[in-house]
Design a protein around this ligand. Structure first.
Ligand code: SF4
Ligand code: SF4
Length: 288
């Protein structure tokens, strides 16, 4: 948005040293993702659940799930070998907030590695009830994937949402997810977290609505907006994804309302290194 929000020094660090929040930092700082969160609590119509959560990630990748203890060992190795890693994030392979292992990992991280920025991505369903724990573990950067701000559009994107032991479908599912996302984003912003909104660009489903999402994000004080072309699979396998030009034009149309992230690499949920220059294979002792 146009209006200048004054960021405090700690927030500025979480912007300027985070390769996804600062395009400048992406050349010098790296991030590592810990794949400790296999379960998900919703079903997006573009997601085949055998792979990483495609709300952030590349398709066709199935990251090896680590226990919290294994994740901590990996962080130890990675930070000693690659000191430019400034951010430790949890991005899947499912929804981080739907897995208790996420919180155990964050707790251990806070004890052993208090300095690196802690970052997490989520579909937002459990964000309101998770905010206090995220704050306790110093998570300063949160990404919420929000594909609609109108449940009439949301219901075309989600097959179901698991809520308090029940499976919600249709409009009811979309309403629940949206209200949780909005509440969660509002709480996160009010607690001075830096919020990124990811929106999956789905031609014929939410394309005419994306500017409304960007407007809403800007109004709510979201720091940056990351438009992601849909990967045609599962129920959306016949959708033609937007071209790079269509994506750029949509970002241009959204840019008056909220800052645009234009350098996203769609990293895997176990990525380590600088964006586009992953080094995880040196640490996992495995070949891709
Ligand atoms: Fe798949 Fe992620 Fe959607 Fe869950 S939130 S269904 S893992 S894309
Ligand atoms: Fe950053 Fe995009 Fe990679 Fe997430 S998927 S870590 S936003 S570059």
């Amino acid at each position: 948005g146009g209006e200048k929000i004054p960021y405090d020094p700690e927030q500025l660090r979480k912007i300027n040293e985070h390769p996804c929040y600062s395009e400048k930092a992406c050349h010098s700082a790296g991030r590592m993702h810990l794949a400790v969160a296999p379960k998900c609590n919703i079903q997006c119509n573009y997601c085949v659940r055998d792979f990483d959560c495609v709300n952030e990630s590349r398709p066709g990748v199935c990251s090896e799930v680590l226990s919290p203890e294994e994740a901590i060992e990996l962080v130890k190795k990675a930070l000693s070998k690659f000191p430019y890693i400034k951010v430790i994030g949890i991005a899947g392979p499912g929804d981080p907030l739907a897995n208790e292992e996420t919180f155990e990992t964050l707790r251990l991280l806070k004890e052993e590695f208090p300095t690196p920025i802690k970052c997490l991505s989520t579909n937002g369903l459990l964000l309101p009830e998770s905010i206090d724990r995220l704050l306790e573990y110093d998570v300063g950067n949160v990404t919420v994937t929000m594909n609609a701000v109108d449940p009439a559009i949301g219901e075309k994107i989600y097959s179901f949402v698991e809520w308090e032991g029940k499976k919600l479908h249709g409009r009811e599912a979309a309403e629940k997810l949206l209200s949780q996302q909005l509440k969660g984003i509002e709480m996160a912003v009010s607690k001075k977290m830096l919020v990124k909104v990811n929106t999956v660009f789905i031609p014929g489903v939410n394309d005419h609505h994306i500017i409304d999402i960007a407007k809403k994000a800007g109004e709510m004080g979201v720091f940056t907006f990351n438009l992601i072309p849909v990967i045609p699979q599962y129920k959306f396998k016949d959708i033609v994804p937007p071209t790079p030009k269509e994506k750029r034009e949509m970002q241009d149309s959204c840019s008056p309302f909220v800052r645009q992230m234009r350098h996203c690499q769609r990293c895997r949920s176990d990525a380590i290194g600088k964006l586009g220059h992953d080094v995880q294979d040196c640490l996992y002792n495995k070949k891709d």
